[in-house]
Design a protein around this ligand. Structure first.
Ligand code: CA
Ligand code: CA
Length: 147
């Protein structure tokens, strides 16, 4: 299972899902199927389950799921961390076919699922930064507006 409750983690900054979750890569031969999230397109919170539970990953195999969302970082209900970034973290769980034991892992910021991605630990949320955009204007005294 792959769970990612983006709406709860982003708060009011989450607007909607732009493109449904899709499997875009990985090394497993049995990636399973993704679960479309129709509630996302109606403006209600995104379903946090992204896989149907039919994926099978052997030790060391990977599966990449991509979803595109729209955000409004200016929403008053946005949840920012101490440094001013939105944060997101997915959780994956599985059951060993032979052991029957349940395992779980939280995502780490970066592309290496086995290491710390060069920062922090192995379970760091991924920050999303939105630079400020400012606009200014002035009247050029050499070319004043015609009134
Ligand atoms: Ca890390
Ligand atoms: Ca991890």
């Amino acid at each position: 299972m792959l769970q990612n409750d983006i709406a709860s983690q982003y708060g009011g900054a989450f607007v909607t899902v732009v493109s449904q979750p899709t499997i875009t890569g990985g090394t497993t031969a049995t990636p399973g199927t993704v679960i479309p999230c129709p509630p996302c397109n109606s403006g209600t919170p995104v379903s946090d389950e992204m896989l149907a539970g039919d994926a099978c990953l052997l030790p060391g195999e990977t599966l990449i799921v991509q979803v595109t969302i729209a955000v409004d970082p200016n929403d008053g209900g946005a949840f920012f961390n101490f440094y001013g970034a939105l944060e997101n973290q997915g959780t994956t769980t599985g059951v060993g076919e032979e052991s029957g034991k349940e395992v779980e892992d939280l995502s780490d910021d970066g592309t290496d699922p086995n290491g710390d991605n060069g920062d922090g630990g192995t379970n760091d949320p991924t920050p999303a930064w939105f630079p400020d955009i400012d606009v200014a204007k002035q009247i050029d005294p050499a070319n004043p507006p015609i009134i």
